[in-house]
Design a protein around this ligand. Structure first.
Ligand code: FEO
Ligand code: CA
Ligand code: CA
Ligand code: CA
Length: 660
């Protein structure tokens, strides 16, 4: 980067830092009415603490017309908005390759080979990030590198000749190639985002091609405390079940490996001991896997290759600006069912260098919320500095404990602390990184209602945080019921202050305020931002939330995102389990009386969940991913033919700010 670019970035970051922090504070300055002790009873208690009354539309910060509930098989957006779908599964990433379709010479699920899938968009888009091209461009730049996860394959939807329980070698290998991460250039032409197969890094003829795939067979580097552990010996190949993720101010993409247990078989043959216990805790299958990949690949057979099970469950870093940089698995951030890896930078006052903080949820009933604080510092005056690419290799991993009185602690998962609370339970720091759930159990972390996305509003250029963190707990049908973790060592099904509802069908969002607004702090205050559900339901009905927000009902918040004004947006996964409406995107705003107003902005097509909500830096486009259209219901999204997961770009027809 030239000095001019660095200086320009610094100036922009300073100005936007002030502005953004102010915006977020204005939006979120309400103080928790569901804090701590007695949160269960707080639905009643809240009545005396806040002022009710529905403000008029004129008070709303968002000017769009709320979208009605619908089960239509399309993307429904407010009047004055339009959507475009692009980069569906199977589209060619490179110029000259055959089109997707069912005509002569075209590629489809019936003739798709591994070699073809390796050159095409993968299946079931989840996390989405956009990287300005070239790096550091102004917010309005038309060239963007889109990077998005592929969470999992659905072979019965992908292949017309698939037989459950008896896949062909080609099916399995195409599935491996359809997992991972897709990197593709997109460009705003007029008012439409289009796929640009020819885009090069830097948007100049000299740059490397942007288009690239990272798949279930890509070779990885491993770093951090466990990199030399015997359980990670040999090649580390592939990334699987990449769910949500994050992105860094140095221009890299973070991808979180979530439900990786489903790819492995025959855990029953692993000798009794810590490895077998760990596999049980993570839900590895004892017999044949549903996918049967072990039929063709011994590495997915845990009896034959127990170590392979330790090579997944990590946060992965990919550099979209440098295809020669091998992707990395960061063991320092722990191994569990990572939903996300959200990054903020904690700058000491008036400083340009700060520690990097990564938040992550472990999406399982009764699992934990984590954060990782780097040892090294990020230098915002030189974003692409070489040293930044090893920042995530060393630091301190913490797990959250939510006290009933509205305070909380970040408990360090260090060998010193573990030796204090559970002497002998862990060999060394590497062992903690590999068996992170057990470490969370040992220190007494708070089991949550499936923590999905964790989002911390931050400046879009410097990533300076505000000290606020939001956790989407998607739902927990076992809360108040039977234990979930099959070791029986930790699980209690009881409700608690941070998870206040039994049979929590609709989920909730927890807000953390780090002490001193410092993301490296080891203590925090917390409150419940909202309980999802139906604010108009009869009191006492399942999903009754009339005391925590008003506006549009919804269930199962999964991914959350902030727009550039500091408003929190929510996408759902499982709303149809609660209400007759497809999964959706909603905007939250804080009205004058301190209550949250929820407005439905978008409803997805039949059978799909909505993932990867993201605003362009100039806030004129809302992006999201449509995952598994047609799951459980017929769909022809996006193009009126077979259902294909795809990316969606939503814009105002007048090109204005989305949501205004
Ligand atoms: Fe892959 Fe937790 O959603
Ligand atoms: Ca998903
Ligand atoms: Ca998710
Ligand atoms: Ca989910």
């Amino acid at each position: 980067m030239s000095d001019f670019e660095a200086e320009d970035l610094r100036k922009r970051s300073l100005s936007s830092e002030n502005t953004f922090e102010g915006l977020v504070d204005a939006q979120l300055s309400r103080r928790g009415f569901l804090v701590g002790a007695g949160a269960v009873a707080a639905t009643a208690a809240a009545t005396s603490m806040i002022t009710f009354g529905v403000p008029s539309e004129a008070q709303a910060a968002t000017g769009f017309t709320t979208v009605a509930e619908t089960t239509a098989d399309t993307v429904t957006v407010p009047p004055g908005y339009k959507f475009d779908a692009l980069l569906p599964w199977g589209d060619a990433l490179f110029e000259g390759d055959a089109a997707w379709g069912h005509g002569a010479g075209e590629i489809n699920g019936g003739n798709l080979t591994t070699a073809e899938q390796n050159r095409r968009v993968g299946y079931n888009h989840d996390m989405l990030a956009m990287f300005a091209n070239p790096f550091g461009s102004p917010a309005s730049v038309a060239a963007q590198i889109a990077v998005f996860n592929q969470e999992y394959t659905d072979p019965t939807s992908m292949f017309p000749d698939y037989k459950a329980g008896n896949p062909s070698r080609n099916h399995v290998d195409v599935e491996l190639a359809a997992h991972g991460v897709t990197i593709a250039g997109i460009r705003l032409v007029g008012d439409t985002w289009v796929h640009d197969k020819a885009m090069r890094v830097g948007d100049t003829a000299e740059g490397a091609l942007v288009a690239r795939r990272v798949t279930g067979t890509t070779r990885f580097t491993v770093d951090g405390p466990a990199k030399d552990d015997p359980r990670l010996a040999g090649a580390v190949v592939g990334t699987l079940n990449n769910c949500a993720g994050g992105f860094t101010p140095w221009g890299t993409y973070l991808s979180a490996e979530e439900n990786f247990n489903q790819y492995f078989a025959n855990a029953s043959g692993v000798p009794a001991g810590r490895t077998k216990d760990n596999f049980r805790i993570l839900g590895m299958t004892n017999g044949a896997s549903e996918r049967r990949w072990e039929k063709f690949h011994d590495r997915f057979d845990l009896t034959k290759n127990p170590n392979e099970g330790f090579k997944f469950g990590w946060v992965v870093e990919v550099d979209p600006y440098d295809p020669t940089r091998r992707p990395v698995k960061h063991t320092a951030i722990g191994r569990f069912k990572h939903e996300c890896a959200t990054v903020v930078v904690q700058y000491p006052e008036a400083q340009t260098k700060g520690k990097v903080v990564v938040y992550s949820g472990d999406d399982e009933r009764f699992d934990y919320v984590y954060k990782f604080v780097t040892d090294g510092t990020y230098d915002s005056t030189s974003p692409r500095a070489k040293s930044h690419f090893s920042l995530l290799s060393s630091g301190t991993l913490y797990v959250a404990k939510f006290n009933a009185n509205g305070t909380g602690e970040w408990l360090p998962l260090t060998i010193d602390n573990l030796n204090t609370v559970a002497a002998g339970a862990f060999d060394d720091q590497a062992d903690i990184c590999l068996r992170t759930r057990e470490a969370g159990d040992a220190v007494g972390a708070t089991p949550m209602d499936r923590p999905e996305d964790v989002e911390a509003p931050c400046d879009p250029v410097t990533f300076a945080g505000t000290g606020k963190v939001f956790i989407a707990c998607t739902n927990n049908s076992n809360r108040g019921g039977s234990a979930n973790r099959p070791t029986g060592t930790v699980r209690s099904g009881a409700i608690d202050a941070a998870n206040p509802r039994a049979n929590n069908r609709t989920g909730h969002i927890v807000q953390i305020n780090e002490t001193g607004n410092d993301h490296t702090s080891t203590t925090f205050a917390w409150n419940i931002y909202l309980l999802a559900g139906d604010p108009k339901a009869a009191t006492g009905a399942v999903g009754d939330v009339k005391d925590t927000f008003f506006g549009d009902r919804f269930g199962s918040p999964d991914n959350v995102a902030f727009d550039k004004r500091g408003l929190l947006w929510i996408s759902t996964d499982g709303n149809p389990n609660s209400y007759p409406c497809n999964d959706q995107v909603l905007c939250t705003e804080v009205a004058g009386n301190g209550k949250v107003r929820v407005k439905r902005f978008l409803v997805g097509p039949a059978g799909a969940e909505i993932c990867g909500p993201l605003f362009s830096l100039d806030n004129t486009t809302f992006f999201c991913n449509i995952q598994h259209p047609g799951e459980g219901r017929a769909s022809t999204f996006p193009y009126g033919a077979e259902a294909r997961p795809a990316l969606v770009a939503v814009r105002r027809t007048d090109g204005g700010i989305v949501g205004n």
